[in-house]
Design a protein around this ligand. Sequence first.
Ligand code: SF4
Length: 94
Amino acid sequence: MACDLCPRNCKIEREQGQSGFCGMTHEVVVARVAPHFWEEPCLSGTKGSGTVIFSGCILRCVYCQNHKIAAGMSGKKLSVAELAEAFRSLERQV
Ligand code: SF4
């Protein structure tokens, strides 16, 4: 299926291993799964917000502080089941 998930509208076939502007194929690559405490206190509360940081990005900010993650050079491939478990794990923690 031609990818049109974001306004970049690459129309490439991610399931075929192609990567678009974001640099990502169909595989799920996650750089971090953890409670996050340091932003938006109304969301993070006392237990933290459940944060999942995906690798790849559709922007090219010159001031990016997470370049390796944004460029898809950092992260771990997860299956869909593993990603679901990561979400559930965060639900239990926060
Ligand atoms: S940048 Fe990525 S998510 Fe957006 S359309 Fe292109 S391939 Fe799809």
